[in-house]
Design a protein around this ligand. Structure first.
Ligand SMILES: *Cc1c(COP(=O)(O)O)cnc(C)c1O
Length: 450
C-alpha cells in the first residue's frame, strides 16, 4: 500500500449504500459483510484505490450470487444415456416427486401405524405393492442396491464363503466392485469356474466344503460372448438347496415388467428369478424401475426377517422422502398399460425415433442461430439405456450436432447456461442427443439458447 492514494471506502460506508441494502435483504448481514471484506481485500492487494465503490459493490454482488447459487442444479441430459448415474439416473414421475417433497416438508406416518396408533414399519408402505409386483413372500428397502447386496451378504454369509462365478465378478462405475463389497460385508469370496465358462459341477464341487451361500450377479454392464457357459438360476437354486444354503441373486437394474412389451430386449425380472428358485433378489430403484435411488430386497420371509434383525440395516435405511416417491412409482406399476406414459424413464426409453427427430428439427434452428459457424446439423445417432442395463442394445435416436473450433469451449458454454446442457463428444462433433428432451421442455431449452 502506498498510503497516499485515496483510501478505499469503509465497510460501513459500503453497507449503507442502496446496492448493499438489496444484498442485505437477500443474503443477510454476515454473508454481505464477509463478501465486502473479500472484495476490499482484492482491491487492496491489487493496489486499486480511488473511485472503487461501484466496482467493489458490483464484485460483491457477483461473489454473493456465486456463493448462494445452488451447486446441484437441473440440467438437460443430452448425453444419449437415459439412466446416467452422474446425472442422477431416473427422472421421477411428477406425482412421485411431489409426494417426496410433501413428505420432506411435513411430519409423516413413516414409522407410525395410523390404524393402531403404535410404532409402524418403514417397509410397510411398499411391502404389499412389492410383494404383489414380484411374487415375493417378503421384502425390504434400503439406501441403494450396493447397500442391499452388502446387507444380504452380511446377514447370510458373515465369515462364510460365498460362491460366485469368475464370469460375474463385476465392477459398476468404479466404486461398486463385487470382491470389495463382499469383503467389506464380512463374507469370503470363493470364485468358481472361469471367466467365460462356469458349469453346474463347478458349484457342486465347491459346495463340498462349508459354504454360506451361492451368489449370482447379473452381467449388467458387459457381455461375455463366444465360447461361453453359464448355469441357469433354476439349476443353481437346486444345487444351493441340496447343499442347505441360500441362492442370492443381484439383478442390478431389475425391471419389474417385461420390457419386450415395448420392443426392448428382455431383462430378467425379480419375479422370474424368485420363481426359478432364488431365495433373495436385490435390485436398484433408480434404474429400469424408474423410481428414486433405493435398493430393493425381495425373497423368503425368513431371509427378510433376518435382514430386519441385522443392526447394519439401520445404517443403510432409506429416508421418508424417497420412500414416499417409491411408493407412488410402485403404485403406477399396478396399471402396466399406462406405464410407458407415466414413468419418465420408460417413456424416454421407448420414445419413438420420429418424435425425437421432430424435437431435433425444432430446436436446431435456435442452435444454428446462436452458433452460425459451428456447422449445426440434425443427424441420426444411438442412445443407450445406461446404468449398466442392457449394454449392447443401442436405441436409434436423433441428435443436433455441432463442430468447428474448440469443442471444449463450446461444451463449457453449454454447461454455463442457466440450466446446463450436457452433451457428448464423438468423432470431432458435439452431439446433443434429443431423446431426453421432451416436448414439454423444448420451449425452455430454446429460450435459454436464444
Ligand atoms: C447397478 C448395480 C449395482 C449397484 O446398484 P446401486 O443402486 O448403484 O447401488 C449392483 N449390482 C449390479 C448388478 C448393478 O447393475
Amino acid at each position: 500500500m502506498t498510503g497516499i492514494a485515496s483510501p478505499l471506502p469503509s465497510i460501513d460506508a459500503l453497507l449503507r449504500s442502496p446496492e448493499a441494502a438489496v444484498m442485505l435483504a437477500r443474503f443477510g448481514s454476515s454473508a454481505v459483510t464477509a463478501a465486502l471484506r473479500d472484495s476490499l481485500a482484492v482491491h487492496r492487494a491489487a493496489a486499486r484505490f480511488g473511485l472503487a465503490t461501484a466496482a467493489i459493490l458490483g464484485e460483491t454482488a457477483d461473489r454473493l450470487a456465486a456463493r448462494f447459487a445452488r451447486s446441484q442444479r437441473p440440467v438437460f441430459n443430452m448425453t444419449g444415456t437415459v439412466l446416467h448415474t452422474n446425472l442422477g439416473r431416473s427422472p421421477l414421475p411428477p406425482e412421485a416427486a411431489e409426494a417426496a417433497a410433501e413428505a420432506l416438508r411435513h411430519a409423516t406416518s413413516v414409522e407410525f401405524d395410523l390404524a393402531t396408533g403404535r410404532r409402524g414399519e418403514r417397509d410397510d408402505h411398499i411391502g404389499g405393492l412389492l410383494r404383489e409386483l414380484t411374487g415375493a413372500e417378503a421384502c425390504t428397502v434400503v439406501n441403494n442396491n450396493a447397500a442391499a447386496v452388502m446387507l444380504v451378504l452380511n446377514t447370510l454369509a458373515l465369515g462364510k464363503e460365498v460362491l460366485v462365478s469368475r464370469g460375474e465378478l463385476i465392477e459398476i462405475g468404479g466404486s461398486f466392485r463385487l470382491p470389495d463389497i463382499m469383503s467389506r460385508s464380512g463374507a469370503i469370496l470363493k470364485e468358481v469356474g472361469t471367466t467365460n465358462r462356469t458349469h453346474a459341477r463347478d458349484y457342486a464341487e465347491a459346495i463340498a466344503a462349508p459354504v454360506g451361500a451361492i451368489m449370482r450377479v447379473h452381467r449388467a454392464n458387459y457381455a461375455i460372448t463366444g465360447f461361453t457357459a453359464t448355469v441357469p438360476v433354476g439349476v443353481l437354486a437346486t444345487i444351493a438347496h441340496d447343499g442347505g444354503i441360500p441362492l442370492i441373486e443381484d439383478l442390478g437394474s431389475g425391471s419389474l415388467v417385461d420390457l419386450e412389451r415395448w420392443g426392448l430386449p428382455h431383462e430378467p425380472t425379480p419375479r422370474e428369478s424368485l420363481m426359478a428358485g432364488a431365495d433373495v433378489v436385490t435390485f436398484s430403484g433408480d434404474k429400469l424401475l424408474g423410481g428414486p435411488q433405493a435398493g430393493l430386497i425381495v425373497g423368503h420371509k425368513d431371509v427378510i426377517a433376518a435382514i430386519g434383525r441385522n443392526p447394519l440395516k439401520r445404517a443403510v435405511r432409506v429416508d421418508k422422502g424417497r420412500l414416499a416417491a417409491l411408493e407412488v412409482v410402485l403404485r403406477l406399476y399396478l396399471d402396466p398399460d399406462r406405464l410407458a406414459e407415466r414413468v419418465p424413464a420408460l417413456r424416454l426409453l421407448v420414445r419413438p425415433e420420429a418424435e425425437i427427430r421432430a424435437t431435433s428439427e425444432r430446436i436446431a434452428p435456435a442452435i444454428a442461430a446462436r452458433w452460425p459457424d459451428r456447422g449445426v446439423a440434425v443427424e441420426a445417432c444411438r442412445s443407450q439405456i445406461g446404468s449398466g442395463a442392457l449394454p449392447r442394445d443401442m436405441l436409434p435416436s436423433t441428435a443436433v450436432t455441432l463442430g468447428g473450433g474448440s469443442l471444449e469451449v463450446l461444451a463449457k458454454t453449454l454447461r454455463d447456461l442457466p440450466r446446463p446442457v450436457i452433451g457428448r463428444m464423438s468423432r470431432g462433433r458435439l452431439i446433443l442427443d434429443c431423446r431426453c428432451l421432451e416436448a414439454t421442455d423444448e420451449a425452455a431449452f430454446i429460450a435459454q439458447i436464444a
